[in-house]
Design a protein around this ligand. Structure first.
Ligand code: PGA
Length: 249
């Protein structure tokens, strides 16, 4: 049985004070060990959120990392810096980073390797645009994103220390959720691709989340699908809706 994982991607929201207020408001209501709950604040708030969730079952995640160890990369954050605030997860390859910051499959692969070297779990995002879905290259596109992201990564790492987030770009922040059947179809496809690249054991262990307009009203339907092991939540992770999502039945 794969333990579900629900992560909140705050994106570029919340100042320190706002983060304080929000985390204090929700932390005792999402303190469960039945599933893994991860908060991914912006870099400024990482340390504060880390302190606030200390002693709870909530884990800390970052939204990005650089793949080099350290050095002259103005504005970037290293994996060691994430370790220093006790981050356990890091989102990489989010479609917003691919679209606005030119993050490529090759960079995603390098970031995944660097995070694994530091024992931080990468949450690797993949997803298609509406045009890609409608023009029929949907599966080919997702398959190539998965292959490129996992290139050279060991089966042990994929089995124990990687999360894949399937996030159709047309469903992110738009209020349009993929139907639970569409989400399940793609998460199952991703699992089968991983089976081809590795083996049955790896495919059965790897965690695959769905992301894109997850909210309290659709959480249970999505989270109860067989191949969907959790959710990556954007907008709804900034409000009390996140508590309702984590407490889905
Ligand atoms: P959304 O974002 O829940 O606001 O659609 C999801 C994401 O981008 O991870």
């Amino acid at each position: 049985m794969r333990k579900k994982i629900i992560a909140g991607n705050w994106k570029m929201n919340y100042t320190l004070t706002e983060a304080d207020n929000f985390v204090n408001e929700i932390k005792d209501r999402i303190n469960t060990d039945e599933l893994d709950v991860v908060l991914c604040p912006n870099n400024i708030c990482l340390e504060r959120v880390s302190d606030l969730i200390d002693g709870t079952n909530i884990k800390l995640g970052a939204q990005n990392v650089h793949y080099e160890e350290k050095g002259a990369y103005t504005g970037e954050t290293s994996a060691n810096m994430l370790l220093s605030v006790n981050a356990k997860y890091c989102i990489i390859g989010h479609s917003e980073r691919r679209q606005y910051f030119a993050e490529t499959d090759e960079m995603v692969n390098k970031k995944a390797k660097k995070l694994l070297e530091k024992n931080i779990t990468p949450i690797i995002c993949v997803g298609e645009t509406l045009e890609q879905r409608e023009s029929g290259i949907l599966f080919e596109h997702i398959s190539s994103q998965i292959k490129n992201a996992l290139d050279g990564i060991s089966s042990d790492s994929v089995k124990n220390n990687i999360v894949i987030a399937y996030e159709p770009i047309w469903a992110i922040g738009t209020g349009k959720t993929a139907s639970s059947m569409q989400a399940e179809e793609m998460c199952k496809y991703i699992r089968d691709e991983i089976r081809k690249l590795y083996d049955d054991k790896v495919a059965e262990c790897v965690k695959i989340q769905y992301g894109g307009s997850v909210k309290p009203s659709n959480a249970s339907e999505i989270l109860n699908m067989e191949d969907i092991d959790g959710a990556l939540v954007g907008g709804a992770s900034l409000t009390n809706d996140f508590v309702a999502i984590v407490n889905y039945e």
